[in-house]
Design a protein around this ligand. Sequence first.
Ligand code: NAI
Ligand code: MG
Length: 501
Amino acid sequence: MTTAALSDVHPLLRDFLSRRVHQLLIDGQSVGAQSGKTFATPNPATGETLAVVAEADAADVDRAVAAARRALEGPWSKLSPAERERVLHKAADLLEARAEAFAQLESLDNGKPIRESKNADLPLAVGLLRYFAGWPTKIHGETTPVSVPYYPGAKFLHYTVREPVGVVGAIIPWNFPLLMAIERLAPALACGNAVILKPAEQTPLSALWLGELLLEAGVPAGVVNVVPGYGPTAGAAIARHMGIDKVTFTGSTEVGREVLKASAGNMKRVTMELGGKSPNIVFADADLDAAAKGIFTGIFYNQGQCCSAGSRVFIERPVYEKMLGALADRSKTVKLGNPLDPKTHMGPVVSDEQRKRVLSYIESGRKDGAQLLSGGAAAPGPGYFVSPTVFGAVKDEMTIAREEIFGPVVAVMPFDSVDEVVARANGTDYGLVSAVWTKDVKRAHQMAQKIKAGTVWINCYHFVDAAAPWGGVKQSGYGREKGAYALENYTALKSVWVDLN
Ligand code: NAI
Ligand code: MG
């Protein structure tokens, strides 16, 4: 990154970025990788190196797991639930106070526009910490009225206890680096677990900075270990580790399958939050202005790099041409540019590799005969920019209507009836989210019942909250992050019998 750009960022962030090498965080210490290796994380808006980071592999994961185990049996388990709450609230306060600096770091490392990182990523991250900070004093077991047929008249006291699962491995992607880290850490810590967090190799910085913030908030050394590195080395070491009790994975379905196989060795628990090809369905009776906005943000938010992107848009035929034209026109007004500029609507995609992937999907849409209405190319500039791309007249069997593109590319299709659109919306291996736009209340709820997805948004898109469960069906994964449901992932239920006879 050039010095000119560095001088514009928050002083705290300038200090952080001026480190020569960003070390791993293991057992409360900044340490180099045992191999001595490092890797560079670029600023996707310029292609220049933003920072150099220590590259963890299996040996470092071993060290982190040992530290986590010690912390779990030592200081962490000695904190009372109320003390755990205080630590998490303190972390939320610290993050809120440094929100500007963290938002800038997210934009620099990932390329997302500052208006998104500042208005969504950071407030949502603080909200997750606060929401889960409230749980430690409220996680409890129950007493159970048991009957024992082979011991007539016998009396027992039976109760359950919710205990931490143990050491949690979290493998997260690059699209919401800080938010994904906190979405895993907040419930895991609320439930008393220790964590080995592997951020994506494309965006390792905010997780490392967050790890330091958690130490400052009072999380004991070793409870949170951050090990940036590559998937096949650091990630795979977590997936197969015999000392890790649970893995939470977010990323591609393909890698999710590998992680699941690797987890079989010690039968560790696994939750999977994978990709999507989500349907966004607009009926002709909808508030069409609201729907137009919903289609636009549904696909172009975060440069389209959302597991929940509304990448298949179905529009009822009477309003199809009008809505498609409006979407294409609007996408031509998008201001691509420096992610740190508050006026920028869209930044670059995360990496050169991702840009090439997205461009190859655009090429396949063209070849398959879809109608290209806007965008369709890499935007000029040294960074990894792709202009917002709208394809009309897409057919269900085209690659751009079937595969997750994870970029600013939307496939728009007309439909004629409820039954038809339900069958087509569900005609995918994925099932993460969906949306329905209509003023007809009965139809909205009928659709909500018929669509196979973890979330249905009615007359809105991309709404999330710490209290609302999140996760997929089919090959979009299983398990629910966020909300009270997340506690199931991070606690183990113990059954206790007491003989009262
Ligand atoms: P990926 O699935 O390879 O990476 C996600 C995380 O898994 C990263 O931390 C990575 O280092 C790790 N990983 C990779 N290989 C691993 C292995 N063998 N064992 C354990 N961990 C491993 O995703 P990638 O390559 O960055 O993006 C490719 C596509 O995946 C995207 O275009 C998109 O379609 C999808 N994706 C979906 C995400 C979602 O939120 N559902 C997030 C990121 C990617
Ligand atoms: Mg990969």
